[in-house]
Design a protein around this ligand. Sequence first.
Ligand code: 5GP
Length: 189
Amino acid sequence: MELLKQRILKDGRALDEHVLLVDSFLNNQVDPALMRAVGEEFAARFKDAGVTRVATIETSGIAPAVMTAEALGVPMVIMKKSLSSILKDDILQTEVFSFTKNKSYTLTLKKTYMHPEDRVLVIDDFLANGEAAFGAFRLVEAAGATPVGLGTVIAKVFQPGIDKLREAGYRVEALAPVSRMGENIIEFE
Ligand code: 5GP
């Protein structure tokens, strides 16, 4: 997706060879027009997959996920990283190791919003080692629903997640596949 790649080159910053900062349009501030274009691109790529629900992991997945859900005309479900005291019953949980925080957290899905007949597209902001995506798929499968794939805004394809997910049989669509990073270097596949 050319528009997104140009924006990453203009406003993104590689912290080192492993971490990309896109705070100004995806993580801390959101560009709604760009997110709408991202949502339309995911919807076009998955238009024949029979998606009935989009799911994402809070927080940075929400903007691209809601735009994708709008473009597909389906609801969007949020998987929570922290458990509030009002979300106690009717939940599914799995442990996920966080790339950015370097520690595990419990990912929680409210069962009410995912059913065995659902075909679920998982959307996230970044794909690195695949831990978050595998965790999201575990919850989709625990609900008895069918995961149709992962749409990631950015995939760092030099990290193992993309290959691991595809080897496990999951479809992965990456709008900006980054092949190499370094100080002042961002290259796409
Ligand atoms: P994974 O679980 O695939 O190792 O990492 C994916 C999650 O870690 C994403 O949901 C995202 O929040 C975060 N993440 C991974 N790599 C980066 C990165 O380079 N920059 C930012 N901002 N977040 C990242």
